[in-house]
Design a protein around this ligand. Structure first.
Ligand code: FES
Length: 146
């Protein structure tokens, strides 16, 4: 898909919502789906088209962690830092990525709702449960196998 196609699709999404500021989250979601992430230029465009202050658009985009403000890395992980996972060793799991898999984009998140399986990490969309640092290293290496 070309940039022109993406721009036309985003324009249609905004038009479908009547360029209403109330559609901001849906428009940002569509923009991210089309472009992969929300660049400053894209956020400014959305603010202009929806007639919203840029600070509001940036505020919403930075509040929800599902929105990406930079291009995504080829591999991503979300380390749950909810209370159960944190007390079960999640901080050590986050360090595994820093020490062994520095090319992974790692985020920390709040409880994902399966505390009985703590500590857990979501690697490229796949939940990895009841982890130790050694188990996480093995599972990430398995995920990276072709
Ligand atoms: S604290 Fe991690 S799943 Fe609940």
């Amino acid at each position: 898909m070309t940039d022109t196609d993406r721009a036309q699709r985003l324009e249609r999404v905004m038009a479908r919502h009547g360029y209403s500021g109330d559609s901001l989250i849906e428009v940002l979601h569509s923009a991210q789906s089309l472009y992969g992430y929300l660049s400053p230029k894209l956020l400014a465009l959305v603010a202009t088209k929806l007639k919203l202050p840029p600070s509001r658009v940036v505020g919403v985009a930075t509040f929800y962690h599902l929105f990406a403000l930079a291009p995504k890395a080829p591999h991503q992980a979300m380390v749950c830092m909810g209370t159960a996972c944190h007390t079960a060793g999640a901080p050590e799991l986050a360090r595994v990525f820093h020490d062994y898999f520095p090319d992974w984009q790692v985020k920390v998140g709040r409880c994902v709702g399966c505390c009985g399986l703590a500590p857990m990490v979501i690697c490229d969309g796949k939940p990895q449960i009841r982890l130790t640092p050694e188990k996480l290293i093995r599972q990430v290496e398995d995920l990276l196998q072709p």
